[in-house]
Design a protein. Structure first.
Length: 271
């Protein structure tokens, strides 16, 4: 069931907050009920607000049905007075702030009862994000439906069984697009090192990753391992490359270390 909130306030309209907002507006969120609070909004957010009729900043006395927190973790305390002013007893608070737990949010919005912690990623801007979320036990059925509507509108959404898993989602998919972009950079650099013109190497690297991602999307019943095997002829060129990537402490080990480092940092941000 689709359940868009009648009013929504977004606190923090940076890269991720702005990406979610664009995804929601594209999905059907009514702009006349949306307000943005950001101390230094980027020019594209100002333009979006003016073109779509969004309130920037929220008008005096604005009490949103949903309050979305998308500030950087280190800015939460500075934003706390505004958060407390916006949140009321019936407000659903949805936070995408890395490392900040529901208990931390409750301390900044003491009047609110219903809280959701979510972790999306930047492809939310084109409704291709990945979002995991956990909630406390105070959500009404409508608040659950609004959460489902908002987070499903920006991509693949699933509830997590426990809030403690949010940091793992942050490390895997929240930061994940950057890992893919870094892979494209590395592939292009390798192609250039073999003599391809740099612009052509980047074009081919981007196209390869885009196509592989689309193949994953179009073949949901086929595992990534099977798709990899389908490309790999015995003793062929792909097998030679994979022997390097899967060698001692290869790609899997490196990715494990990288995601573990992101997971540790998410925990540190809770402090």
């Amino acid at each position: 069931m689709t359940a868009w909130p009648e009013s929504l306030a977004l606190v923090g309209a940076g890269k991720m907050g702005g990406a979610m907002l664009r995804g929601w507006l594209a999905g059907g969120l009514a702009p006349d009920g949306v307000a943005i609070l950001d101390p230094a909004p980027a020019s594209d957010i100002v333009e979006l607000a003016h073109s779509r009729g969004l309130a920037l900043p929220p008008p005096a006395g604005f009490k949103p049905e949903v309050l979305v927190l998308a500030v950087k973790p280190q800015m939460l305390d500075a934003a706390a007075p505004a958060i407390a002013e916006l949140a009321h007893g019936e407000t659903l608070v949805i936070s995408i702030i890395a490392g900040k737990r529901i208990a931390d949010l409750k301390a900044r919005a003491p009047k609110a009862r219903a809280f959701v912690r979510a972790m999306p990623n930047t492809p939310a801007a084109i409704s291709r994000g990945v979002v995991g979320a956990a909630a406390n036990d105070a959500l009404s059925e409508r608040q659950k439906e609004m959460t489902q509507t908002l987070l499903s509108a920006i991509g693949l959404f699933d509830w997590l069984p426990d809030e403690s898993l949010i940091d793992a989602v942050t490390a895997l998919s929240g930061s994940g697009p950057a890992y893919v972009f870094a892979l494209v950079e590395a592939m292009a650099a390798a192609g250039a090192a073999l003599g391809l013109p740099a612009n052509l190497a980047m074009r081919f690297a981007r196209g390869t990753v885009e196509g592989a991602g689309e193949l994953l999307a179009r073949e949901p019943g086929v595992s990534a391992a099977q798709l990899r095997q389908n490309v790999t002829s015995p003793a062929g060129t792909t097998a030679a490359a994979l022997a390097v990537l899967q060698g001692a402490d290869g790609l899997e080990g490196l990715m494990l270390k990288a995601i573990a480092a992101a997971h540790r940092r998410a925990g540190e941000l809770a402090g």
